[in-house]
Design a protein around this ligand. Structure first.
Ligand code: GLA
Length: 415
């Protein structure tokens, strides 16, 4: 009788401690929900070492893509200086395909009206001029615009892309055949990742599932970037909402895998010059892919100047590969009153610092070297938009227009 009582108590204790252990494991798993380790063959060395830079057709042209657009865009990037600044990816989005696969080989077929010489000819054109070719497919049965998807055809499609000379694959998430769970998403994206690796050609895989199943927790090692949000629109409100989601994910970005807050709308006409400069500043601070989504053949000189700020680009491309973190200021939780301070550690030991006024009226924003984790008696600071340099003992502050941002490069120690 007493024995039975003791064992019942023990059983209850064991059960209780089991619950505690499971709870602890869950907490640990949540806290350590950093990227999952790579599977299959390792990604080719250097792929995605810094965030990609280039152009994508979707935001400005939608389905209106053809070889002439792609090639003339590359020519424009060579002529307007963007290529020299690092914009080398020329990426074709949805609608490049024929509606059916080849009935004999099962291969994807470029639309013969849009790409009369085929895709390898476009790749040759770009490669001969120092660009890379990006293409688009979908991890479901159809692309978002309704063209054949790669689900179940991953090996064949990866081989086709490699044969054409494709360098980047944006892999979308429409018509996913009932797949909803993280496990199912991982399986579909890993299938293409493994297929690309099996080709032996280094192909950058841009995971595009819109942040639905928290790809920042599993896509490192599968792809080299992952979209963190739904599609950006050409407006300040959309850009701000996407920034607010992506800025929280700094822990997951780094060489070989980047948070992707979607394309840059600079030059598309929906944002003021101030807002366009803000988008570029925020994306660079977040070590985001710098993928222009405008018509680069008819870009205004103002928009081109934003895309062409070499010092801002250098911060985006800094080899340490850290995404800026929001830091508390003015006694508020970071960003909660619309006055943002961002700090991006740089390879030289310094910081890139952004002060961003997300509110609709002018505001003063300030921070200090100590808040940025810098120690010393004075700091050399350079405003990378105005080109002005100054020395400060501690405080960094600015009066900012509504929706405006400044970006400073703070040297590591006393000048
Ligand atoms: C999805 C993607 C976009 C674009 C379109 C193409 O919406 O998120 O970036 O690729 O599909 O149909």
């Amino acid at each position: 009788m007493s024995l039975r009582v003791v064992s019942r108590r023990q059983a209850i204790l064991w059960a209780a401690s089991g619950v505690v252990v499971v709870a602890l494991l869950v907490v640990v798993a949540l806290v350590v929900s950093r990227p999952s380790p790579p599977h299959g063959a390792p990604a080719p060395a250097g792929l995605g070492a810094t965030p990609p830079m280039g152009w994508n057709s979707w935001n400005h042209f939608g389905c209106d893509v053809d070889a002439d657009l792609v090639e003339s865009t590359a020519d424009a990037m060579a002529a307007n200086g963007m290529q020299k600044l690092g914009y080398r990816a020329v990426n074709i989005d949805d609608c490049w395909m024929s509606p059916q696969r080849d009935p004999h080989t099962g291969e994807l077929v470029p639309d013969p009206k849009k790409f009369p010489q085929g895709m390898a000819a476009v790749a040759d054109y770009l490669h001969a001029r120092g660009f890379t070719l990006g293409i688009y497919e979908d991890a479901g049965t159809r692309t978002c615009a309704g063209f054949p998807g790669s689900l179940g055809h991953e090996r064949l499609d990866a081989r086709t892309f490699a044969r054409w000379g494709v360098d980047t694959l944006k892999y979308d998430n429409c018509h996913r055949g009932g797949s909803t769970t993280t496990v199912q998403y991982i399986a579909r994206y890993r299938a293409m990742s493994d297929a690309l690796r099996a080709t032996g050609r280094p192909i950058f895989l841009a995971v595009c599932e819109w942040g639905v199943n928290r790809p920042w927790t599993w896509a490192r090692g599968i792809g080299q970037s992952w979209r963190t949000t739904h599609d950006i629109k050409d407006s300040y409100a959309s850009m701000l909402a996407i920034f607010q989601q992506n800025v929280r994910l700094a822990a997951f970005a780094g060489p070989g895998g980047w948070n992707d807050p979607d394309m840059l709308e600079i030059g598309n006409g929906g944002m003021t010059p101030t807002e366009q400069r803000t988008e570029f500043t925020l994306w660079a601070a977040m070590a985001a892919p710098l993928i222009a989504g405008a018509d680069l053949r008819s870009l205004s000189s103002d928009a081109l100047a934003v895309y062409s700020n070499a010092e801002v680009i250098a911060i985006d491309q800094d080899r340490l590969g850290r995404q800026a973190v929001p830091i508390a200021a003015h006694g508020q939780v970071a960003g909660s009153d619309g006055r943002w301070v961002l700090s991006k550690p740089l390879a030289d030991g310094g910081r890139a610092v952004v002060l961003f006024n997300a509110t609709d009226s002018p505001e003063s924003i300030s921070t200090s070297a100590a808040a940025l984790g810098l120690h010393g008696s004075s700091f050399a600071v350079r405003d990378v938009w105005s080109g002005k340099s100054f020395v400060t003992a501690s405080s960094i502050s600015s009066r900012l227009a509504a929706h405006g941002a400044v970006m400073f490069r703070v040297a590591p120690s006393s000048p």
